[in-house]
Design a protein around this ligand. Sequence first.
Ligand code: C2O
Ligand code: CU
Length: 537
Amino acid sequence: SLSELGWQMLPIGDAKPAVMETAGRRQGRPYYYIEMAQGSHTHHPNMDPTTVWGYKGPNDSEGQFPGKTIEADKNQKLKVEFSNELPSSHLFDVDTRVHGTKPGDYAESYPDWVTQFDGYGGTKDFPEVRAVTHTHGLHVESASDGLPEQWKSPDGIEGPQFEKDVYDYPNRQAPATLWYHDHALGSTRLNVYAGLAGFYLIRGGAERRLGLPSGDQEVPLLFQDRSFDGGDEYKYPDEFAPEFAGDVSVVNGLAWPSFEVQPQQYRFRLLNGSNNRFFDIRLENDDSGGVPTIYQIGTDLGFLQDVVPIGPNQDTTSLLLGPAERADVIVDFSEFAGDTFTVKSDAGFPFVSPDAENDGGGLPELAQFRVADSMPQEPVVDPTTLKLPGPETFREEAVGTTRRMSLETTTLNGLDTHLLGEEGGRDGGEHWNDPVLTKPQVGTMEVWEIKNNTPDSHPIHLHLVDFQVIGRGPNGTQPPEPTERGNKDTVKVYDGETVRIISRFGEFTGRYVWHCHILEHEDQEMMRPYEVVKGDS
Ligand code: C2O
Ligand code: CU
């Protein structure tokens, strides 16, 4: 805990993940060759190294947690290969009641594929370790998406939807903060918890003209939680637990970091990379003085329409991020030389809704910023006058199809399970293996109304698309929160509410998925395939 370990002091520059190196070029494009590999990672100076799984670039000697940051320019085509070089047994117990962990889970959908395995006519053991990397927020062809059944095992067994090793990433979308992470069916929660996550930034375009803080003054921050087993190894439940959260705050792989910052302006790209925990972020001055305003300039997939000031005297007093959500923010410490700020979170666990009582279970302190007592530097930009290149507004008049979706709870295989309900489906929600029901036509706009019939909040994520939130609240008629008035790929759906989102489907056709980004829910059936189809099918 924090009281045992204490804050670890380090300059914030030391916490910034390095940029991933290319491994040359392929077909004239920058080529990345990245291994998923075991590594040994020190979370805190008072701890010994922990065994982790991470991403290993060409200059790394082992898997890194977090992985180095992949940086792409808008419209720059990349070739990216993620190779599974993990051990053949898992760091954690694999509960085979979870869907996707045994051949029988695939037998109905892939009767031929499954015959390679022992018990189904073949001789192979079903692999305990399966991995596939998805770049979250990227608009990409289905074959390069890193879908849950596109996994591969360390000894080369290919999941039933595996198509290719070298992915094509077009980066034909607005500059934004994306991230890459594991997505294997039934094992995502274990693989990501083991460390398989990193940032993916798209730069350029209209962003350049803003002249935002850059270099040392731009830092991506990955907020996560972990538990340790009393020693230095990770602790994760042996049996499937739909609501598991860690009790140690880990930012960019560092437990309880106290970052030394300069009295200057920073751009922070915040990502909630937790399996299951929501963070409700605000700053508190340790000497009960004032705090700098957090100016939010971007959401998951690009800039906001309007800058959102967040602070004690603002309409928005904290920044609530569910798992997988990102926020691009500007913070100026120039008037606070010598001060210390604690990054607090008031979110309880499991997270019910912003209006509910915090019933505990939270991680109230996440990190610190200690402002050096040195010469303050002029701010780089004035966030109050920034003209953000916000997204075009998706208009409801252009929508042909509205789908009524829902979030449900049930029991499957003796496990507490959440399901997604789809329009035209059965009562109580669909299973992963049920036929594809949701088939948007490429290039068309749709509204999805997502009604939450469960007692908790769920961050709902769609692959392939940008969407905009058009309503929330009990009837889906309340306006979106100021912090979500930009393009999104993940939206929080609180207890008792209906969230309405609008999206344009395309530019690719084919198989994608939508799911809850609580990884414990996603792994056990709270995920569904959808298919973007040609115009007149
Ligand atoms: Cu961040 Cu389907 O994933
Ligand atoms: Cu969920």
